[in-house]
Design a binder for this molecule. Structure first.
Ligand code: NCD
Ligand code: ZN
Length: 349
């Protein structure tokens, strides 16, 4: 039997459940690009200094909105950066007043601007309990930072050593494991009964560690958590295309200027805000699962966050190769756009 290939689908407008918009000149350049494509995005608070309080989140949201065209429908969903000294009352008030949608946990030293993150997880237990009481979700960068733990094992060790104990002690806490990269994380989420979901990035569905390291080092594929072996990438694709509502898109689009990426100690992050939907459509299409794309990009995320899907729809059409710019210019310098390494055929209207 010849299976007819779809060449046009209409889906609810996507959301991005993990996005870095930065600040200042970089934000001016990147925020409109996400706002033109996504209905909402969970905005990461890892500015320097980080967005810790409700007042800081509110001011950051105002700066984001001021960088967008006046007629935009985009809604930045703000987060506060959890520190060992965070004020639970302030977080609760920010949530109640619709300033923040989630709180972000970075283990200290895990990634870009994470120095103020958590070293002593017992210290934040009262805050996590309060969050569980009021239904405020926790977004987690799931990697241990112990220098003795191999970088390729840091996610799996985090699940066992940190996340399982936290979820056992605070079972009502709603947790989003962000940018998962391993079979361990996929299995852990699949085995959970409630209150746990995971975001998957565009680039982790496409690259494995060979893309970064084989045949010369490719700094533009270096991000955190670092991409793992091919078997892990395949597990992520299986999770994304499964239609399981516990897995949804968080691009982790993380712009850094080329001058900050291309040096002896380069920054981690892939910039996928522009071509994410074309890349994802290609991945789902090749897998024969275009019918599951909408769940991943547009339905599963709002469901976990108890929000309605976006009202608008977008049409994706398959045709000639779509060319995206290979970089964007900002007042801070150029930013290289993620190269999936294969031609893209899906266009978004
Ligand atoms: C992110 C960044 O640059 O802010 N980098 C990355 O590689 N993903 C931080 C993060 O989400 O880990
Ligand atoms: Zn990130």
């Amino acid at each position: 039997m010849i299976k007819q290939r779809l060449d046009r689908i209409i889906i609810r407008q996507p959301d991005d459940w993990h996005l870095h918009l930065r600040d200042g000149a970089m934000m001016q350049a990147v925020a409109p690009l996400s706002a033109a494509r996504f209905g909402r995005a969970i905005i990461m608070p890892n500015l320097s200094p980080p967005v810790v309080t409700g007042a800081q989140a509110s001011a950051y949201r105002d700066r984001i909105m001021a960088s967008l065209p006046a007629e935009t429908n985009f809604r930045p969903l703000m987060t506060c950066y959890l520190t060992e000294d965070s004020d639970a009352d302030d977080l609760a008030a920010a949530y109640r007043n619709d300033i923040i949608t989630a709180v972000k946990l970075y283990p200290a030293g895990s990634t870009t601007n994470s120095a103020s993150g958590i070293a002593n997880f017992d210290k934040i237990r009262p805050i996590l309990e309060r969050m569980a009481d009021i239904g405020l979700p926790l977004c987690v960068h799931g990697e241990v930072t112990d220098p003795d733990v191999d970088i390729f094992d840091r996610e799996a060790v985090f699940i066992d050593k940190v996340l399982k104990p936290i979820r056992k002690k605070v079972p009502d806490l709603k947790v989003i494991m962000e940018h998962i990269t391993t079979t361990d994380a996929v299995d852990y989420v699949r085995d959970s009964r409630s209150n746990l979901a995971a975001t998957i990035t565009t680039h982790h569905l496409i690259i494995n560690r060979n893309h970064i390291l084989a045949g010369g080092i490719k700094p533009h594929y270096y991000c955190l958590p670092v991409a793992k072996r091919e078997k892990h990438r395949i597990a992520l694709v299986q999770a994304a295309i499964s239609g399981d509502k516990r897995f949804f898109l968080g691009t982790d689009s993380a712009p850094h200027t080329d001058s900050n990426k291309l040096q002896s100690c380069g920054c981690a992050g892939c910039f996928t805000a522009i071509n994410t939907i074309s890349c994802l459509a290609e991945v789902f299409d090749v897998a024969g699962k275009m019918d599951k794309l909408e769940s991943f990009t547009s339905l599963a995320g709002p469901r976990f966050y108890d929000l309605a899907p976006n009202k608008g729809f977008v049409t994706l059409t398959r045709g000639d190769v779509v060319v995206h710019p290979d970089h964007i210019n900002t007042a801070d310098g150029p930013i290289t756009v993620f190269d999936p390494g294969f031609p893209l055929h899906w266009r978004v209207e």
